[in-house]
Design a protein around this ligand. Structure first.
Ligand SMILES: Cc1cc2nc3c(=O)[nH]c(=O)nc-3n(C[C@H](O)[C@H](O)[C@H](O)COP(=O)(O)OP(=O)(O)OC[C@H]3O[C@@H](n4cnc5c(N)ncnc54)[C@H](O)[C@@H]3O)c2cc1C
Length: 591
């Protein structure tokens, strides 16, 4: 497997890998990573669909990418996916996955046209004082000292960041800025999370720094991601006769480990409760989604809280990874990520409005009509003074194809599930759907004497608890995640958010898809480049833009410098006068 960039390889089709007709694949999970691996096995590996088996413990596919209406409970979207134009693997694949909405076009075509015609941006990023605009006004509000702390992290080598926390690098100068408010609520970071992951994010998305405050950097699918992404992939795979095995838990994969050679030799399954084994040869490729951000997630209802259940059991992503990891140090260290759900949980809730009484409060804040069919909030609205640190968003309606036209689906989430709310005075994890809705309505500015009535009669709210949702952000070192294909692996690969691939950022759809592509390309030796992670961090134009925008447009000549630094800057500017360097700096408003 090798990386490439540019058009040449993007449009090339690889030749059929040697010996592929003799090979089979066993894929664990039906999340984006696993489905991507299956799609690449079919499209570029040209493996017969009948030879591909996918084991999924749940009754439906999709893993973390959900969107489902539960009978007598309501609509549930555990999350909504903010996406980027530089999700290179995603677009490499989706340009050849047919849309299930429109005959003759691809998922990429549809997404591209939608986001071109109706670009995303927010008109109110944050509120305070019960629904008033917090007037962050596109500003990062970063002091010179805070800017230096961010720069220091940016330039610190990865090795120095192993097992370090964000708070080892940022103090209140950063943590109290708008920058951090935007960042942690957009990406769901907590202050105690990994400094290494934070650095990767800054580097990965450096080209989007200017688009962070109003979300013009983001793009969204038409419907929830189960309907807009998972279903087209499943349809494509089913058409190619790929074999799906639902309600089938993989308990363990057993390996034969030699000093230079590691072979997956047996898969242990529980199919509908019955124990089975699949014996493997070198021609049987195994793709393992290890760990999982929605493992143990639970659902409440309008009148019941979502249980906080953290127990790790056989047949799930964590226990399976523990059993695998016990067989070789190259298979990672799951407990580094799942040892303390108090550091990794947060909650979301899906609010369905049932009549028009809540809508004016929404419209007042987002300044758009939720029923226009276009962008509504344009990304999350964060309630700056919420003790839960609550944010909410409304994507283009309807979010479900079968959603009633006059009902609006709102996604609410909060980072702190263990502290009392500002109105309901209970931690979010103890709240029913109705109580979470009440807390949200309070922060929308609904008069207090109407809050309970609106939450009861004008909305149905379903809470979800995700104990391991931020597990991938726990401080780690370079050996805690197995490489996608560990050294010496003959017939297996790891997929998803807890497999290591260089430079990309976890908690993204792209990361999962990238691991799927890299796994297939490596194990089948597909002779075509995998598109490299977008290289904006090596593009001087993006670096200059980010530096200026992070400082709210302040030029370097306006920085608070000591006399010595001022003299050095003066000399440097004299030296570049009349050169292309000066021209570049002027073009990017650095000087
Ligand atoms: C709330 C939320 C918000 C998000 N926001 C964004 C966002 O804004 N932007 C973005 O790009 N991404 C976002 N993501 C991330 C993205 O959705 C995920 O990273 C991605 O979907 C994960 O895919 P995966 O295949 O790696 O893992 P998963 O989807 O977790 O798939 C793992 C699969 O394996 C199955 N499985 C596990 N163990 C076993 C076993 N032992 N036997 C059989 N099956 C097993 C599971 O049931 C599951 O189906 C968000 C995710 C969530 C949950």
């Amino acid at each position: 497997m090798y990386y490439s960039s540019g058009n040449y390889e993007a449009f090339a089709r690889p030749q059929k890998p040697e010996g592929v007709d003799r090979k089979s694949a066993y894929i664990i999970g039906t999340g984006l990573a696993a489905l991507t691996a299956a799609c690449y096995l079919v499209r570029d590996g040209q493996m017969k669909g009948e030879h591909i088996h996918i084991f999924e413990k749940d009754p439906i596919p999709g893993g973390a990418c959900d969107g489902w209406k539960f009978e007598n409970v309501g609509y549930v979207m555990r999350g909504g996916r903010e996406m980027d134009n530089h999700f290179e693997v995603m677009w490499d694949l989706f340009h050849s996955i047919p849309s299930i909405e429109t005959e003759g076009v691809s998922v990429l075509d549809e997404y591209y046209w939608l986001n071109k015609k109706d670009p995303n941006y927010s008109l109110c990023r944050a509120t305070v004082d019960r629904g008033q605009d917090a007037h962050t006004d596109g500003k990062f509000d970063v002091s010179d000292k805070a800017a230096m702390e961010i720069m220091r992290l940016f330039f610190t080598p990865d090795e120095d960041l192993y097992d370090k926390r964000i708070t080892d690098y940022f103090d209140d100068e950063v943590l109290n800025s708008n920058f951090w408010l935007y960042w942690r609520t957009m990406f769901a970071f907590e202050n105690w999370h990994s400094a290494l992951e934070m650095k990767r994010y800054i580097k990965r998305f450096i080209h989007h720094i200017g688009g962070l405050p109003d979300f013009k950097a983001l793009r969204f699918t038409r419907y929830n991601q189960y309907e807009s992404m998972i279903l087209p992939m499943v349809r494509y795979l089913e058409k190619h006769s790929v074999q799906f095995h639902y309600n089938t838990k993989v308990v363990n994969v057993e390996f034969d480990i030699q000093p230079e050679r590691k072979l997956a030799k047996r898969i242990e399954l529980l199919r509908e409760g019955e124990r089975e084994f699949v014996d493997l040869t070198e021609n049987d490729l195994v793709f393992i989604t290890n760990g999982g951000c929605v493992e143990n997630s639970s659902m409440g209802s309008q009148n019941a809280p979502a249980p906080y259940n953290t127990e790790i059991k056989p047949g799930g992503g964590w226990d399976m990874w523990r059993k695998i990891a016990a067989q070789d140090p190259a298979f990672g260290n799951p407990d580094k990520f799942c040892y303390d759900p108090e550091q990794t949980n947060w909650m979301s809730a899906t609010v369905e409005t049932l009549d028009q009484r809540i809508i004016p409060y929404i419209t007042k804040i987002c300044k758009r009509d939720p029923f226009s069919g276009g962008v509504v909030t344009g990304g999350i609205v964060t309630v700056k003074d919420s003790s839960w640190l609550l944010s909410w968003t409304i994507n283009r309606q309807p979010q479900f194809r079968d959603q009633p036209k006059d009902h609006c689906l709102v996604w609410v989430y909060a980072l702190f599930s263990d502290v009392p709310g500002d109105y309901v005075k209970k931690p979010m994890r103890d709240c029913t759907g109705k109580e979470i809705c009440m807390e949200w309505l309070y922060h929308l500015g609904v008069p207090e004497d109407q809050i309970e009535e609106l939450a009861s009669a004008s909305a149905n709210t379903v809470p979800v608890m995700m104990p391991y949702i931020d597990a991938f952000f726990m401080p780690r070192n370079d050996t805690d995640r197995p490489k996608v294909v560990p050294d010496g692996a003959v017939n297996f690969a790891f997929l998803g958010q807890f497999a290591e691939t260089a430079r990309d950022t976890i908690f993204t759809t792209e990361y999962s898809m990238r691991t799927g592509m890299e796994a297939v390309y490596t194990l089948l030796d597909v002779d075509r480049g995998v598109p490299e992670v977008w290289g904006s961090t090596y593009d001087v134009r993006d670096l200059l833009d980010a530096t200026v925008k992070l400082r709210d447009g302040k030029k370097i000549t306006e920085m608070d410098l000591g006399l010595k630094e001022k003299l050095v800057l003066h000399e440097a500017l004299k030296k570049i006068a009349g050169t292309d360097i000066e021209k570049l700096l002027r073009e990017h408003l650095v000087i």
